[in-house]
Write a protein that binds this ligand. Structure first.
Ligand code: IPD
Length: 276
C-alpha cells in the first residue's frame, strides 16, 4: 500500500527549504525585535513572515488540514491538538539566536494524524542541515541516516538543556539547581545551544546524549521528536511517564539508562505561562 503521508512530507521539505532561505536572507538585513510575554521572549517580523509563507503554501495544497503555528497562537489562535491531519510549525526555532546571529536557527515542522507524529522536518538553515524522519522509516540528515550515540553511562555524557530567565524565583532556582545537580553527577558537560528542535537533532545524530526541558511548546518539539525517535532515541515525560506533545516538557536520551537517571535527578516545577 502506498504511504498516504509521503507526499505531504516531500512537500514539507520543499516549503521548509524556502522558509530557510527566507531566514538566511533576513540574517543579512537589520532585524527588528519585538517582545512577547517577557523581555526575553522575542519575536521578529521574520518569525511572522516565515510562518505565513509556510501556512499559506501548505493550506493552498491541503485546504482541509489543521495548523498549530507558534506565531498564530501568539496572535490568538488556539493550540489544541485534534485527530485531524495537523501541521505543527515553529517558523524560527531559536529566535533569540536569530536576533544575535548565533548560528543555531531552525525551521521545525511536525505532522500528526490522530495525534500521532507521522513525520518531522527540522532545517538548521545556517548550517544547511536538513533533518528528516518518517514514522518507521528512520532519521536522516541531508539524506544520510543518523542514529543516537547509544551511550549508557551518564558520567560519559553530554547533556543539553535550556537556561533562560524566569520571572518566578522558585522556578528560576529549580532550573539552576537542576543544572548544578547534573553537572555534579558528574557528566562531561552541559550545553545550551538555544534551539529546542536542534537540541533534539544533536541527540539524534550522536553529538549529545540527552536533552531535558520544562516550558517548551508543541511547536518546539514536534519535528525533533520524530527525528530523535527514528534515530533510536528514548523520549519521555520529565516524570518518566509517556511523552505528551502538549505537556510542555520532555526528556530525550541516547539510552533508557540515561533517561531514567535524569528522571531521578531532575526536580520538576509546574510550567507557567511565561516559561519558554
Ligand atoms: C525557543 C527555543 C529555545 C527553547 C524555548 C523555545 P523559539 O523557541 O527552542 O531553545 O528553550 O523553549 O521557545 O521561541 O525561538 O521558537
Amino acid at each position: 500500500m502506498s504511504d498516504p503521508w509521503q507526499e505531504c512530507m516531500d512537500f514539507c521539505v520543499e516549503v521548509t527549504k524556502r522558509a530557510g532561505q527566507m531566514i538566511r536572507d533576513a540574517l543579512e538585513k537589520d532585524i527588528t525585535i519585538m517582545e512577547k510575554s517577557s523581555p526575553v521572549d522575542l519575536v521578529t517580523e521574520t518569525d511572522q513572515k516565515v510562518e505565513q509563507l509556510i501556512i499559506s503554501s501548505i493550506r493552498e495544497k491541503y485546504p482541509t488540514h489543521s495548523f498549530i503555528g507558534e506565531e498564530s497562537v501568539a496572535a490568538g489562535a488556539p493550540s489544541i491538538l485534534t485527530d485531524a491531519p495537523t501541521w505543527i510549525i515553529d517558523p524560527v526555532d531559536g529566535t533569540t539566536n536569530f536576533v544575535h546571529r548565533f548560528p543555531f536557527v531552525a525551521v521545525s515542522i511536525g505532522f500528526t494524524v490522530q495525534k500521532v507524529i507521522e513525520f518531522g522536518i527540522v532545517y538548521s538553515c545556517v548550517e544547511d542541515k536538513m533533518y528528516t524522519a518518517r514514522k518507521g522509516k528512520g532519521a536522516f540528515c541531508n539524506g544520510v541516516p543518523i542514529k543516537v550515540s547509544g551511550q549508557q553511562d551518564i558520567t560519559k555524557s553530554m547533556v543539553l538543556t535550556e537556561m533562560n530567565f524566569k520571572k518566578d524565583v522558585e522556578r528560576f532556582n529549580t532550573m539552576l539547581a537542576n543544572v548544578k545537580t547534573i553537572l555534579s553527577i558528574p557528566v562531561h558537560g552541559v550545553r545550551s545551544p538555544g534551539s529546542a528542535a536542534l537540541n533534539m537533532c544533536l541527540v539524534a545524530c550522536g553529538s549529545a546524549d540527552a536533552y531535558y526541558h520544562m516550558g517548551i511548546h508543541c511547536w518546539d518539539m514536534a519535528g525533533g521528536a520524530a527525528v530523535v525517535t527514528e534515530a533510536g532515541g528514548v523520549i519521555m515525560d520529565i516524570s518518566g511517564g509517556p511523552f505528551d506533545l502538549m505537556s510542555r516538557r520532555l526528556i530525550i536520551a541516547s539510552s533508557r539508562a540515561i533517561a531514567d537517571r535524569l528522571v531521578k535527578e531532575i526536580r520538576e516545577f509546574p510550567v507557567g505561562r511565561d516559561d519558554q
